[in-house]
Design a protein around this ligand. Sequence first.
Ligand code: ADP
Length: 573
Amino acid sequence: MRRRIFLTILLISVITSSVASILTTYVYYNFYVKDSKQELKTIVTLAAEPRKWDSTASINSSVNSILKSVDYSIRFTIINEDGSVVYDNWKDEINENHRDRPEVQGAFEEGYGEDLRHSNTLSSDMYYYAVKLNDDEVLRLSREISSINSVFAGLMPMLLMLFIIVLVIVYIAASITAKKILKPINEMTKSLDDMLEEESKVNMKIYEEFEPLSNTIKDQKNKINEYINEIKYERDNISFITSNMKEGFILLNHNKDILSINKSGKIMIGNENFELKGNRNIFELTRSPEIIEKINDSIKENKHLIHDVETSDKCYRYYFSPVVEQNKIIKGLLILIEDITIQKKSEIMRSEFTANVSHELKTPLTTMIGFAEMIKEGLITGDDIEKYSALIHKEGMRLISLIEDLMRLSKIQEHTQNVEEKLINIKDISEDVVNLLKLKAEDYNVKLILNADNVVMKANNNYINELLYNLIDNGIKYNKDGGSVNIKIYEKDGLANIVISDTGVGISPKHIDRIFERFYRVDKSRSKETGGTGLGLSIVKHIAELYDGTIDIKSSSSGTRIMIKFPVKPTLK
Ligand code: ADP
């Protein structure tokens, strides 16, 4: 800007001084020419005063006395009526006829004549002025007049000086002006934010022309602020959504640079500490060949792909979706990652369960068919028939109880709204169960000790009955001869507590975590011997979960204690 101001002022000054110089030279030249002419006319008039121009000698002395009074040379010429030169103080002999010279012609015809022309003889501009001396003679005086170019050339050093002075003045003036002009602009720039405030500290009044500019800037700033706020709002919304997503979210551009990634995405892809700063490529996030391959395939083929990745303890499902513009140009790739560990596990459990059920059903049936065939073939006779029939009956009963347990379990798992829920007293149910198992306990020589308070909760009567039955039944089945099962029912801190402790064989720590799984039995032969199906504790677990209960189990070689706590006002699922 400073340079521009300087150059502009300089240009204007150069043009102005050039025009001024030319004008000055022109005016000066005109003045000079006029003055020169006037001077010559005066001299001619003086010289032409009636005097005797008789001899060359007298002419010469007159001429010399006139020339003494001027500091330039004047040419004196006396020309005859026929045009011949009678006298010339510059040249002794002139043969050229001068009659046709305009000034000579003018003098003979009108008494005087003048002309300004270039003299080839002297090769310079000459001014001629002639007056009639008498009828036969004309006196002509002439003097050299500098051409306008030489006048200009003569003025040149002075003009040059003037030009340098102008240049210096212009430089100083431009600097001061630029400073003055730029000062408020610099102030504006330095404190643009201040200026944009309503109460601006910047003195904008220096140039009122700036007011529209500052107003426009203010308007633009407000608009930009609005846009920024809108963008921020949208960005915050998106990042709020993605950061709260439990699914992993990764957005790539067409170069596979990461545009966005949420926390779950980082964790699931196995790079929790990854930070998205600047341009970071997918390779900086993961080097997994199978993920990179799927990303490449999805972008290359413009195809949605789904791929499951298993880690040591998790299973993730990756969804690769190309982000495509209307003209089918791929703009990027969206990767969603879903944790499908639970689905995968339940899938495995389901297939294991089917295999287990088939196996559990097949075993007693095979035994039954085997014995029945032996009887049919007559291989078993006499008293043995009764013994084997009892075995077939026992296996049949086991089969039925297995099927009943399975049905019960699936009913509890399905738990529909049709299941009757009402206020029940756990004490009453526990007494019923103890009565029901009294004979069994006697058979096992195990003592049942019931210690129950009135504890009321809203639940299905049969489910709580089932739960207590399975727990007390296990306490009897896996007990020692002469042992006992202690049943305590009480309410504490808004929780219904059911505690079943036995003095039985206990469960070793390595089995404890698995005994609630379906068909899991610690001692298979003992379980079968006692008519166990391996489903009892699984049913207990599902009923407890149904009423938001918690199960705590402690076991040692001297016995097992299972404690279940239900909220007395449970929320039904
Ligand atoms: P089961 O029909 O075999 O009793 P459960 O699901 O009720 O099946 O129990 C699973 C396994 O847990 C049993 O086979 C048994 O080995 C063990 N178990 C359950 N309760 C007790 C207990 N009170 N004492 C010792 N072992 C037990």
